[in-house]
Design a protein around this ligand. Structure first.
Ligand SMILES: [Zn+2]
Length: 348
């Protein structure tokens, strides 16, 4: 039941995102005050803390990206009026025709969509139709901009690119990231191969199993709060990206992630305490609203309550969306707020 809700939510997010590139820009209905963008650090903190606390989250991010991209590539092709067998017998096409045709569809639809959402600039680099091998470059990647890691870390995008191609060509595909900005690369780069090729599946499994996350919330949020650019296209990303990231991962294990979310939020709140205090002061009813507004994360209002604590009201949080229950994704933000409030009001 709840998995179905998450699936519906993903379809809604994609459908809204598509409307954005296919129709004239409509102002965001969902967030009249904060608008349609959110600081990248918020999305990165969410996925990175879950990467640290849930060992299988790499695979969840990858599969979430893959499944959402597959489902919604069909939707995109239908909207474009493309027949589903457009790439019929693709394996027999010559390389030039295969590259030019795929490149046209990808750049007109997916590159446009992702650039508009500030997820990054997708570019098809090479296509070998006979072996179903593809190379994709991705500049200004939202998943890793401003982060450092000991191994490539863009699982969501790897899954998304494999899923997108898999749906277009009606073929099982696996991706691995072979160059990543987080490990010092100039761009993120992905190799995508047929899942019939055992080696490609093994490489994907190894990538997901061996990745270790080292995320420093204080450093990363500090950069954003001081308005230092993490990439040439800026620090903001469309909230649809953050929602896709969360909903996609949720779909694979809703209960596990929900439990992990509250604790992940608490951990982030704890590590951000000094930063928030230094920049916004130690009165929670002033500091928290300013902190969340400066990241364009949510409208948070704290009013003193009778018992000496605070009554907290949250609106325009990107976790409130579509068919997902209001409570499903909120544990993250509430864990964070709880940690910050008790840190700011507690003994030094
Ligand atoms: Zn990367």
């Amino acid at each position: 039941m709840r998995a179905q809700q998450a699936e519906n939510a993903i379809d809604e997010i994609w459908s809204k995102a598509l409307d954005k590139i296919m129709k004239a820009d409509a102002p965001s209905q969902d967030r009249p005050e904060l608008g349609s963008e959110i600081d990248l650090a918020v999305a990165q903190a969410g996925s990175s803390t879950l990467l640290s606390s849930v060992p299988t989250f790499t695979k969840m991010l990858y599969s979430g990206g893959y499944n959402a991209a597959t489902r919604n590539t069909y939707l995109v092709l239908r909207r474009l009026g493309m027949p589903t067998d457009f790439f019929w017998k693709f394996g027999y096409w010559d390389e030039k025709r295969a590259f030019e045709t795929l490149d046209k569809v990808i750049s007109r639809v997916f590159t446009a969509l992702m650039s508009k959402q500030k997820m990054g600039e997708l570019q098809l680099v090479a296509v070998h139709p006979d072996t179903a091998t593809f190379e994709i470059a991705f500049e200004n990647c939202a998943e890793c901009a401003g982060l450092t890691a000991s191994a490539p870390m863009c699982f969501f995008h790897g899954g998304s690119f494999a899923g997108m191609l898999a749906a277009m060509l009606d073929e099982g595909l696996s991706a691995t990231e072979v160059e990543c900005v987080a490990t010092g690369g100039e761009r993120c780069r992905f190799m995508i191969r047929s899942s019939d090729d055992r080696a490609s599946v093994v490489a994907l499994d190894r990538w997901c199993a061996e990745f270790e996350c080292h995320f420093e919330p204080e450093r990363r949020f500090g950069v954003s709060l001081k308005n230092q650019m993490v990439r040439p296209t800026g620090n903001m990303v469309d909230i649809h990206y953050y929602q896709m990231l969360l909903a996609g991962a949720f779909l694979s294990n809703i209960d596990l992630i929900e439990r992990a979310c509250f604790e992940a939020g608490q951990a982030i709140g704890k590590s951000l305490l000094d930063t928030v205090r230094d920049m916004f002061g130690d009165d929670p009813s002033v500091a928290l609203p300013s902190f969340y507004k400066s990241l364009r994360y949510a409208n948070v209002v704290l009013a003193p309550s009778d018992d000496g604590g605070f009554e907290i009201k949250i609106s325009e949080a990107p976790e409130h969306f579509g068919s997902l229950e209001r409570s499903s994704l909120v544990p993250f933000l509430s864990g964070e707020i709880e940690s910050l409030v008790s840190g700011l009001t507690g003994p030094l």
